[in-house]
Design a protein around this ligand. Structure first.
Ligand code: HEM
Length: 123
């Protein structure tokens, strides 16, 4: 029961996280002034914090330990966050940030696929 609630919260938060990223990436290219709005700045941090809390709770609850697919998810999450920071903080030329935006989305798809298959190479 608690597992189902946690898992669905985790998946919902993951969805909110990628929506938040895509919206802010769009703003960073076309409406950078909107990125200064407090709620747009803070909400993604709250979502990502809860995403991590639910992730850690699921790992502990299911006794997954540091299985390879969990490590793959953590590694890919670090890359996803790093790419996100570069894009949102508008570091580097626009063509590079465009590539990094798509790479971050691919990273997200990879993380979700690893979660579903529990395989490091899910495709
Ligand atoms: C952007 C980041 C993440 C995304 C998109 C994501 C996505 C998902 C999805 C879609 C599921 C449901 C899989 C299913 O169908 O059963 C899931 C479950 C899970 N995720 Fe994540 N996740 C993310 C981050 C993490 C991280 C960082 C960890 C580990 C520290 C983690 C640990 C888990 C665990 C343990 C489950 C439950 C697996 C099960 O028992 O079926 N997730 N995640």
């Amino acid at each position: 029961m608690i597992y189902t609630i946690l898992k669905h919260s985790h998946m919902t938060l993951a969805l909110l996280s990628i929506i938040g990223f895509v919206v802010r990436a769009y703003f960073s290219f076309y409406k950078p002034e909107l990125l200064k709005i407090k709620v747009i700045k803070i909400t993604p941090h709250i979502i990502d914090t809860f995403l991590l809390i639910t992730a850690i709770s699921l790992v502990l609850l299911m006794d997954y330990g540091l299985a390879n697919w969990i490590l793959a998810k953590i590694g890919a999450l670090v890359i996803y966050i790093g790419l996100g920071i570069i894009v949102i903080k508008q570091i580097g030329p626009i063509y590079l940030r465009t590539i990094l935006t798509f790479t971050a989305v691919l990273m997200f798809i990879y993380i979700a696929s690893v979660a579903i298959t529990k395989q490091v190479v899910p495709f």
